[in-house]
Structure formats: structure tokens, C-alpha cells
Design a protein around this ligand. Structure first.
Ligand SMILES: *Cc1c(COP(=O)(O)O)cnc(C)c1O
Length: 367
């Protein structure tokens, strides 16, 4: 028997979540599948929605090429555009769309000779202050790009810093600056715009009042809601179920401690289950008292997570035995709950999953 640590990826759930994202926002939705689809497998996820997705977004050309080589023909947006001018020929040859987030990119693109015109997404820094052009630079870049022979179309984009915080006024300020800059750039022309990540799709319906919109949902497609206390959580379905099995059980007495650093000391006689999953599989070492489900019953991780194993409290789970199924996150244990216990976010948990067996299923296809 092989090691039972498994990441089960439910592609039907991924498809369901894509449809929710599209419905919630209206307009077109670019499915963000960067970083190997947040650790879920970019090719499998992209193929699962290829015949309905308006397009995909990835971080870089290498990620786009992986999809093209797998036969994906939908539009693909490069969220960081190009890093070196010599990527442009291949970007054009592979029909990718290009974010322009810095002035050096605008300059180099305008100076290069392309085999055919490229679609660009011009990114305004409306207040996140990571990448994007300032309003002044944006207006001048637009003037240079507009109707230039190398450019087939310009989509106007920006990115929110705090859309996951429904109480923050920052999102509204960003939106206002975006709208002002659009007005200064093009007057009242009908624009194609793209503002919303998952948190904006779920939490900021005001963002959709613009004209022709492209949303850019990422994390919600994988079934994790970036807004902690959000209504729509139930309608999203977790895509990844990370599971393993109990490989050993022992009883320790009150006062005894377990694992590295002896950080857990039993307050009562305790039945300890050892699970074949550790931080080398991507389970966060920083998790403290994280929830976990054994045979469908919720209990918690105890002691320090080690490289290949972690321990759980089985004292109250009468059915537990060697071989019992343990869900680390998935349907019973939200990835967000484990992320909270580890002081991080579900994004990071998903991206870190490795070494485990990946198994794909799609119940839409087997019915
Ligand atoms: C990653 C990314 C997204 C997706 O964000 P989520 O929070 O996962 O929905 C959208 N837009 C840009 C520019 C990104 O880099």
C-alpha cells in the first residue's frame, strides 16, 4: 500500500464555482489559474472549463505555454505582462494578452516590432501601490498606445488592496480614482474594464456598475471565500480535499507530552492518532489546534506538525482506528479554518500542497 496522503481535486466543483463567479459579477470572467491553479493543477482545471471559460489568467508566459501545449485555445492574460522584451515574439505567437503595469513595459512594447498586434490590459495603480501606472502616467501611456499599430485593443484594469474587508473605505477610494482616471483618459467612451478579484466579485457589487466588465476570480474558484464572514460561502464548493489516514495510535497519560518540542501536554488521558501528512506535504507547521475530521468527526491537531506526520486527538472518536480517513481540509474542515489556525490564508495552503498523490474526479462527466 502506498502512502495515503491524497489531494482529491473535484473538477465539477471547480466548474460550479466558475459559474457562480460569472453569475455574481455578470460580464466576462477570466479564471485565474496562475501558480498551477493555486496548487490544484492548471491543466486539469483549465480543461475542465475550457468550453465555457471566457479566458484564463496566469502570471507569466511559461504558465501560459503550459496551457497552450495542453491544447487550451481560450484567451490567456499574462498578469505580470512580460519581464524581458525578447518574450514578446512568443507572447504574440501564442495569442496571449498582456498586462502593462509599468512604464518600462509600455516603452519597450512600443519600440518593438511585432508579427501581429497584441491586446493589452493597461493597469492603473489606484491605491494598492504595488504595480500599475500612476494616473498621470496612465493617461500618457494610453495616448501612446491608442491606435498604435502594435496594439489591437486596450482593456483598462486595476486591482484592489482591501476588497476582502467590507468595512474598509479603501475600495471605494480606489474605485473613484479609477473612474476619474478613465474619464480623463477617454471621456465618456464605452470601455472594457477589469477590476474585480474574488473578494470584489463577492463583496462589492458596486464595482459592477461599469460598462463592459471582465472579472478576475481566483480563490473563489477553488471554493475558499476570501471574505471571512460572508453569506455566499455556502454556495462555493471546496475543490481540494486534502486527506490521509491514521497510521498509528497510542494512549498517553495525563501530564505526558507529545512530539517535537513537547508543546502539547495532555490535560487528560488522551488517545493520540498519528496521521501521514506533514509540512513537507504542505500542511502548515504553524497550525495550532487546527480542526481536522477523523471518520467524519471534527477533532484537532495536537503537538507540533512534523515533516511527514502530524498528531490528532482521538479521545472522543470511538470509531477511530489505524486506517481511518482523516480530512485535513475539504468539505468538513474549511481550508480557511486551518489557515486561521496557522496565521495564514487558504491561498498559501493550497499553493504549498506537494508530494501527496493528486487524484482528479469530475462527477459531471460520470453521470
Ligand atoms: C491573483 C490575481 C487575481 C485573483 O485574485 P483572487 O483574490 O484569488 O480572486 C486577480 N487579479 C490579479 C491582478 C491577480 O494577480
Amino acid at each position: 500500500m502506498s502512502r495515503p496522503a491524497i489531494a482529491h481535486i473535484r473538477l465539477d466543483a471547480f466548474r460550479h464555482n466558475y459559474r457562480i463567479a460569472k453569475q455574481q459579477h455578470g460580464g466576462n470572467a477570466l479564471a485565474v489559474v496562475k501558480a498551477n491553479a493555486y496548487g490544484h493543477g492548471a491543466i486539469q482545471c483549465a480543461k475542465a472549463i475550457a468550453n465555457e471559460a471566457d479566458g484564463f489568467a496566469v502570471a507569466c508566459l511559461e504558465e501560459a505555454l503550459e496551457l497552450r501545449q495542453a491544447g487550451i485555445q481560450n484567451p490567456i492574460l499574462l498578469l505580470e505582462g512580460f519581464f524581458e522584451e525578447n518574450e514578446l515574439a512568443e507572447i504574440v505567437a501564442n495569442d496571449c494578452w498582456l498586462v502593462l503595469h509599468a512604464q518600462w513595459q509600455v516603452k519597450q512594447l512600443l519600440a518593438s516590432k511585432l508579427a501581429k498586434p497584441v491586446q493589452v490590459w493597461l493597469k492603473l495603480d489606484s491605491g494598492m501601490h504595488r504595480v500599475g501606472l500612476s494616473p498621470t502616467d496612465y493617461i500618457s501611456a494610453f495616448k501612446q498606445l491608442n491606435q498604435h499599430k502594435s496594439i489591437s485593443k486596450i482593456v483598462h484594469m486595476t486591482h484592489f488592496a482591501n476588497a476582502d474587508n467590507l468595512n474598509s473605505t479603501h475600495t471605494v477610494q480606489q474605485l473613484v480614482l479609477f473612474e476619474q482616471t478613465m474619464h480623463a483618459t477617454t471621456g465618456d467612451a464605452l470601455l472594457e474594464t477589469s477590476l474585480a478579484n474574488s473578494a470584489a466579485v463577492l463583496g462589492w457589487p458596486q464595482v459592477f456598475t461599469q460598462q463592459q466588465q471582465w472579472s478576475r476570480p481566483g480563490i473563489m474558484l477553488y471554493g475558499a471565500n476570501p471574505i471571512h464572514t460572508h453569506l455566499h460561502s455556502q454556495t462555493l464548493r471546496p475543490v481540494m480535499q486534502l486527506s490521509s489516514e491514521i497510521i498509528s495510535i497510542q494512549r498517553i497519560q495525563q501530564g505526558e507530552s507529545i512530539g517535537y518540542g513537547s508543546i502539547f501536554t495532555a490535560a487528560r488521558d488522551t488517545l493520540v492518532g498519528v496521521v501521514a501528512c506533514g509540512y513537507a506535504d504542505g500542511y502548515p507547521r504553524s497550525a495550532v489546534n487546527a480542526p481536522v475530521a477523523v471518520n467524519g468527526q471534527i477533532t484537532q491537531v495536537i503537538g507540533r506538525v512534523s515533516m511527514d506526520m502530524l498528531m490528532v486527538d482521538l479521545t472522543d472518536i470511538a470509531s477511530a482506528k489505524v486506517g481511518s480517513l482523516v480530512e485535513l481540509w475539504g468539505d468538513q474542515v474549511p481550508a480557511n479554518a486551518v489557515a486561521n489556525a496557522a496565521g495564514t490564508i487558504a491561498y498559501e495552503l493550497f499553493c504549498n500542497v506537494k508530494r501527496v498523490q493528486f487524484r482528479y474526479s469530475d462527477t459531471d462527466l460520470t453521470t
